[in-house]
Structure formats: C-alpha cells, structure tokens
Design a protein around this ligand. Structure first.
Ligand SMILES: Cc1cc2nc3c(=O)[nH]c(=O)nc-3n(C[C@H](O)[C@H](O)[C@H](O)COP(=O)(O)OP(=O)(O)OC[C@H]3O[C@@H](n4cnc5c(N)ncnc54)[C@H](O)[C@@H]3O)c2cc1C
Length: 501
C-alpha cells in the first residue's frame, strides 16, 4: 500500500503512524510496539527500539547498540560489515541518528577532554562529550575561557551532534558552529582516521560539519573558545517591526547574545507581533552574579509548560513578567546558554489530562531575510491562524552567513524563526503537523529564506531543492567518500530515495 493511501485509510496505530512518517520503516509497523509484555525477549532476538528525545517521532528498531568508550572499542564496533548509524544526544528528529535494522553506535561514552590550550584558546575533546561536561571541565581547568555558542533549550547534546547539524546558539553576530571549529578527527569509511581543518582535508571539513553523520565518525573536536565574561541581561517588550532596528542598536552597543520570544496566544491582536527581547551585554569583572537569584524553579517551568498549552495568554503574561523581572541580572557567558530541559513533560501532560493519544512538541526553524522579518512573521501569523497551529513556544534569533560548510542552512545573514508545535501522534495529527511545517517552509522560501534540516524530514522535494540546491552533489560526495554505505541513517535513506543518483 502506498504511503498516502495508508494515511488516508486511517488504519494505523499512533505508534505506527509515527514510525511511518519518521522513517521507522514498514517493518516497525508489523505489530504494535507499545505495552509489549515480552519486549526484553524480543529486543534480544530482534533489536532495540530507540527514539529521539524531544519530538519522539523517530521510533526505530535498530539491530543493537554499542557504546564504545575508546578508539579501540570504536574500531571494533565498526568491524562487522554493513552500515551503522551514529548517535549523540538523540535530539535530532529526522532519523539522522538511527537506521532501522542496523547497529547503532552511541558515542556518548567517548567524552573525555583531551587538551585545553589556554594560549591558543582552544579545547580538544572527544565528540561524545555533552555541553555540561565540557563547560564544567573548562570552568575547572581554564576558568578564564568559555565556549562561544551552544544550542539553547537543551543541554545534553554532544559536540559530534552539534557539528553534524552545524548548530547555532543565540549569538547576535555569530555564524553557525563551523566558525568555532579549528579542526576535528574523522574516522572515515576507507581512509582510517584523518584530521580535517580548513587546510587539511578541507572538503571533508566542509562536508562533515552539517553532514549528519554520513562521512564518518567524528572522534575528537578542537573547538575555539573565547574569554569567559560576565554579561548583563537586558529585557524589553517589543513589537516585531521594532526588533531588527533594536538588534542593530544592541550590536552597535556591544551586546553579544540575544533573542526574541514571541507571543503565542492566537486570540491576541498582537499574536506573533509582540515579544520579549533579551540581550546580553559584557560588564565589568566585579559585577555581582545573579546565577541563582530570581530564577524559575523546575515546578515553575513545568507549570509554564502546561500553561503554554492550555492558557497561552496567562503563560505569556507569566513568562514575560519573569523575564522583565530578570532585567539587570548578571550571568557568565557560558552558563547563560544553558537551560532547564523538561524531559518527558509531554508524557506527564498527556497522562494528567487522560489523553488517549500521545503528543509532543516538534520543532522547526525557518529563515527570513532580515529586512523581510516583519513580512514573514505576518505571513506565518496568518497561516498559523488559518491552519489552527498550536504554537507552544517560539523564538526569533539571528545568524551570520555560513560561507564554509558544503550544505549550509545559513546561506545569508538571516533572522531565524523557531516554532515548537504541539503535535498529536495520531494519523491526522501527524499529517497536520507535516502540512503545517510545509506551509511555513513555503512562506520562508517565497520570501528568499530557507529552513533547517535537523528537525524531521517532512519537507517536499521541491522545498528541499530550493533551500539546498546542492543536495544532489552532497549525496554524490557521500558516495565518493563512503561508496559502500558504512555510515547510514533513515534520514539518508529518505534523501537517497528522494534524489536517486
Ligand atoms: C529541545 C531542542 C533544542 C534545540 N536547540 C537547538 C538550537 O538552539 N540550535 C540548533 O542549531 N539546534 C538545536 N536543536 C537541534 C540539535 O542541535 C541537533 O539536532 C543536534 O544535531 C543534536 O545533537 P545530538 O548530540 O542530540 O545528536 P543526535 O541527535 O544523536 O545526532 C544528530 C546527528 O549527529 C550525528 N552524530 C552524532 N555524533 C556523531 C559523531 N561523533 N560523529 C559523526 N556524527 C555524529 C548523528 O549521526 C546525527 O546525524 C535542538 C533540538 C532540540 C530537541
């Protein structure tokens, strides 16, 4: 049965729909996976079921998991013939880190800091290290140095995952993380371990950063650092049309980081038109830190999560009041980039409401030319109202052009508009989410913008080609460096089918 007929027939279980849409494969649909009393025995015989952490839309049965803690164990894990998938913190949502039926190499035990070069301001660490561990090591051994950027909203993501998606943080004048990478070592499919930098294996440097694990195992990364500074948070409410001029002003005044969290209450006249703009300005070393003062507790965040679903008006009032009250707080340049992450809060939310269908937040990020930000936001607002999109959380951030990676998402100096949509894992719920995101992608593309590939793989072929015209060549180069498909994923299988060579 063709995918569309299957969806129309509405015969699938929620887990089945998720597996199909995210590439879990038809094998994963053969029988219900939930509430299986004999799962352990089945897993031993048939594999292990894994999923992405946030959206939980990538349910996949992999053959088995290996967690090497050193290079010898990694080599051994790669020895058997056939393709393997590589995972870090499992936050990507398009099946980039899983391949149905294939072994999974979980890199998180390769997490050592190898060297900190204080004079050169670099750190070399194994790629399975997560941000909290890296920041803690720097605070301990080189407290004058700080990471430049990391993802916001979640912390337990790895360096390898960060390079593979070419991530960004909330810098006001920063390119994606490729700009922070001095070099990395890559265990390739056929040439052993090679060093990749701008001067050595430069093609692989550009391909593997933003290459979603397809060009080999990133073993170690040498990351550029910056001086660790105290930053003062400055908060104000703004209308969207005042945002870009204010960003330019704050940059000119020397602010380093910032973002705009927009109103998500669709009943408000200023839905997606007003938001809280926070920026972070370096201050004197003797400024007093507010690391614990006036911060929200875990319970506060949980309550805000629920309100953001059920009463968006109150959620925004509380959230903006909290942010406005934190105006003037002083944070370190590394720790202000960390967040409270509510793992499995979606499960708690559904259980408390006795929802029969599971739901979660699925993210997408679209890019707008900065001078068209208001126009693009207005078009997204109209689409969100027309389609009844349930936006639980949304931000605007800022990115400099990426002139280095092969498959860049930051093709221009963009404003990044981020949507966290509440998605029900039912056939209609998933189909709606897919169409919602495609609608947002169309708006971005119609205005000269783009979208990110790390969140699901629901873009239509012409959308992918419009945003990533080099996709064919990217896949051809994958074949050049890995002719026998040692490094695979369901994400790769999807695009290889979409763009046959
Ligand atoms: C709540 C949340 C917030 C987020 N915030 C941001 C944000 O602010 N900015 C942003 O840019 N992105 C953001 N993301 C997206 C996220 O940064 C990417 O999906 C990132 O790739 C996830 O890293 P990970 O360690 O979880 O890796 P995984 O999801 O496990 O893997 C991601 C990719 O990395 C590859 N990979 C992992 N380790 C290695 C390795 N050692 N060698 C080779 N390949 C490897 C995998 O094969 C896969 O292709 C967010 C995602 C979530 C869920």
């Amino acid at each position: 049965m063709k995918r569309r007929q299957f969806l129309r027939a509405g015969l699938m279980s929620a887990a089945g729909a998720a597996a199909l849409l995210s590439g879990g494969g038809l094998g994963a649909l053969a029988r219900p996976l939930e509430n299986d009393p004999d799962m352990a025995r089945r897993e031993a015989a048939e594999g292990v079921v894994v999923n992405d952490v946030h959206g939980q839309i990538s349910r996949t049965r992999v053959a088995y998991i290996r967690t090497p803690s050193d290079t010898a164990a990694l080599e051994k894990a790669l020895e058997p013939g056939g393709g393997v998938a590589l995972s870090g913190g499992r936050h990507a949502m398009g099946g980039q880190q899983f391949a149905a039926g294939r072994p999974l190499i979980d890199m998180r035990a390769m997490d050592k800091v190898i060297r900190i070069d204080r004079a050169a301001r670099t750190v070399t660490a194994e790629a399975g290290i997560t941000w909290p561990a890296l920041i803690a090591a720097l605070n301990r051994d080189a407290p004058e140095l700080s990471i430049i950027q990391k993802q916001t909203g979640a912390d337990d993501l790895t360096l390898g995952g960060a390079l593979s998606a070419n991530i960004h943080g909330r810098g006001l004048v920063m390119a994606p993380i490729i700009g922070d990478v001095e070099s990395f070592t890559l265990r390739t499919a056929s040439d052993g371990v090679v060093t990749c930098s701008r001067s050595e294996n430069s093609e692989l440097f550009a391909l593997a950063i933003g290459g979603y694990g397809l060009f080999g195992v990133i073993q170690t990364v040498t990351l550029r650092l910056m001086p660790r500074r105290k930053l003062r948070r400055e908060v104000q409410m703004l209308r969207i049309d005042a945002l870009m001029p204010m960003v330019e002003q704050r940059i000119a005044e020397g602010c380093w980081y910032g973002d705009f969290q927009y109103k998500t209450d669709p009943t408000a006249e200023d839905f997606m038109r007003t938001g809280v703009f926070c920026c972070y300005r370096p201050v004197e070393d003797h400024a007093i830190l507010s690391e614990t003062a006036r911060n929200l507790s875990l319970e506060d965040w949980q309550s805000l999560y629920d309100l953001a679903h059920d009463d968006k008006k109150t959620a925004f009032e509380k959230y903006s009041a909290y942010y406005l009250a934190s105006h003037g707080n002083v944070y370190w340049s590394d720790s202000h980039q960390t967040s409270t992450y509510l793992k499995d809060q979606n499960v708690k939310y559904d259980t408390e409401r006795k929802n029969t269908a599971k739901s979660s937040l699925v993210i997408s990020e679209i890019y707008a030319e900065r001078e068209k930000l208001t126009e693009v936001m207005e078009a997204c607002r109209a689409a969100a109202l027309r389609r009844g999109m349930n936006i639980v959380y949304g931000t605007v951030r800022f990115i400099e052009q990426d002139t280095e990676s092969f498959l860049p998402w930051a093709r221009k100096k963009y404003a990044c508009i981020i949507f966290n949509l509440h998605v029900r894992h039912t056939v209609p719920g998933l189909a709606k989410a897919q169409e919602d995101f495609r609608t947002l992608f169309d708006i971005a593309l119609d205005h000269g913008g783009s979208f990110y590939l790390t969140y699901h793989r629901w873009a239509r072929k012409e959308q992918v080609l419009s945003a990533y015209p080099q996709m064919h060549e990217f896949l051809a180069l994958k074949r050049k460096y890995d002719p026998y498909d040692k490094f695979v994923s369901d994400w790769y299988a999807h695009y290889r089918e979409m763009f046959p060579i």
